[in-house]
Write a protein that binds this ligand. Sequence first.
Ligand code: KIV
Ligand code: ZN
Length: 390
Amino acid sequence: MQTDKVQIFDTTLRDGEQVPGCKLATSEKLVIAERLDVLGVDVIEAGFPISSPGDYTSVQAIAKLVNNATVCGLTRAIPKDIEVAAQALEYAKFPRIHTGIGTSESHMRYKFKASPEEIIERAKKATAYAKRFVEDVEFYAEDAGRTSNAFLAQVCEAVIKSGATVLNIPDTTGYCLPEEYGAKIKYLREHVKGIDKVTLSCHCHNDLGLATANAIAGVVNGARQIECTINGIGERAGNTALEEVVMILKQHPYLKLETDINTQLLFDTSKMVSEKMGMLVQPNKAIVGANAFAHSSGIHQDGVIKNRATYEIIDPTDVGVTDSAIVLTARSGRAALAYRSKKVGYDLTKTQLDAAYDVFLSVADKQKEVTNADLHQIMQHIQLRAGALA
Ligand code: KIV
Ligand code: ZN
């Protein structure tokens, strides 16, 4: 089966780090960058070098450290930004400058107070200037999600002529619906001269909870790069979550799109980023949340114990989680109690299980979860000892 590769552009250290309270020291960023490289991301956006001396130093240190991934620095469409980014990336094995400008009505009118023609001129100049320093230049049309497709196509055509290698189509405000975002990518592929020479990139924000759906709509319609962050952290409601898009493509092979990510490192990487940034992962977060592979209702537990596939579409070991969790609560049935009891040394007969289950229910009704320690107490109550059973 012929599959196409989707490049994974990780912006945990740039868009992710913009989250209030998530600021990291250079040494912490280096640990994360090294992990991202091992994880198999294609591009690491290391920071916004002109924004602060600290960011400059971090981008420079990451550029020196990273062996496999392209290292990218963000700029505005301003010559000084581009010069500083080029300097910070000097030692990168594969450097990329990511430059751009707002293209929506509101950005042009209120942010830049510039006409569409002036915006195109600035976009072309910035791209051509970046090209003097590095071969690989990515252009972002900020707020592309709310930019008319016809104008966006003009901007894209102009920057391709100026040497852009990647075109980033950000849904900066998280406004688009998946169909709309997918149609935008399709429109660009059909209307922009030279589009076949460049990679189209999806950069989606999660203001309406659609960042992952939009990125997937983008690649289904021909984009071949997704910009994302570990745990979906990022400005406001966050960015597309790396672990989500990677697992969607893996679990839906008929899309014929794949990534180079070593999925078995996803859970540990999520934990590492969460700990370093002090950003908790919500328990019900897809793929990496504490409950993503936990089953608590009796019907589900019975199914999973019989065969994992009844209620799990992903094998937890594929994302680095050691096992599905059978959580004992008041909604658990005898199958779950027998399963967990066996794990702590009690292989119960039917009569013993019936006796244990009555005690279990009275314990479970009083607390949120029944732990292994509780199980030992329950067994003591019915006068059983671990390993000493029929
Ligand atoms: O959301 C956005 O538009 C961005 C750009 C700077 C790429 O983060
Ligand atoms: Zn963004």
